[in-house]
Design a protein. Sequence first.
Length: 294
Amino acid sequence: MPLRSLHAAAVLLLVVLKEQPSNPAPLNGSKWTYIGSDGEESWSKSYPSCGGLTQSPIDLHDDILQYNASLVPLGFQGYSESANQQFVLTNNGHSVKVKLPKDMHIQGLGARYNASQLHLHWGDQKEPHGSEHTVGGKHFAAELHMVYYNSDLYPSASIAIDKPEGLAVLAVFIEMGSFNPSYDKIFSHLEDVKYKGQEVSIPGFSIEELLPKRPEEYYRYQGSLTTPPCYPTVLWTVFRNPVEISQQQLMDLETALYCTRVDDPSPREMINNFRQVQKFEERLVYVSFRSEEK
Ligand SMILES: *[C@@H]1O[C@H](CO)[C@@H](O)[C@H](O)[C@H]1NC(C)=O
Ligand SMILES: *[C@@H]1O[C@H](CO)[C@@H](O)[C@H](O)[C@H]1NC(C)=O
Ligand SMILES: *[C@@H]1O[C@H](CO)[C@@H](O)[C@H](O)[C@H]1NC(C)=O
């Protein structure tokens, strides 16, 4: 497909341009936020990729969707074994993150992708619409991202992060509905990681429980990390069907955490940690389902 090769060339060009004196250290990079003077409009000052091509998230709307019969169901390997391990839950100042066991991996993306971590994006109590991707302009309440790296090509996530075909992310939309016992295996520990830098071990569980119904229905496109450094190295799989969590669970997520350290004199709540949708030119999103099947 010309569009696809054009895109591949663009990504390659971007990577080549970027790979000058091996990643100059960002200027005071870790200070980025979602609002205020370090908000997303200024990310590209310290992180040039954030102002570059093929950025994420995007709005998923009919004009850009194309059914593609070659999008087969993904295989989720090592997901249930994860129940026998401990997970580490961390507040990194931007989100709450769970480190995933390396024996978890996805099949069906060409290469093998080993698991790295999962984290969430959400809104606030007044506007509980904090998904990153939108569908037809509409936000869901929140969004879960499971991050993987191409372990056929690269030895670790941190090496793969800025490389061609480096990463794959699975995205799950979250909407308000009934209580979700699986998501509670994360949410019930939020109080232990209220502040930036805090970390706690939690009992393992089968990560597959976090996936929505009919995971064979998904959107697929080539995009970027949605946080600095915004590298355009992510193969996105956004599941079509949302999972439900209760109003109380959503509220817990929206109110439990701070972006700041425990001793910070001016605490900042961790709310609205989602990036605005990005321009989507010269690209198509492939879908594994036919939209009339609604
Ligand atoms: C980074 O921040 C510190 C303190 O806020 C400041 O002193 C320093 O000049 C900054 N460095 C750069 C490269 O902007
Ligand atoms: C379907 O997707 C594959 C990659 O996932 C791509 O190579 C192929 O060109 C697409 N087919 C069509 C008809 O767009
Ligand atoms: C990916 O996971 C498999 C199975 O656990 C492991 O053998 C392999 O070393 C991992 N790859 C990397 C790059 O860590």
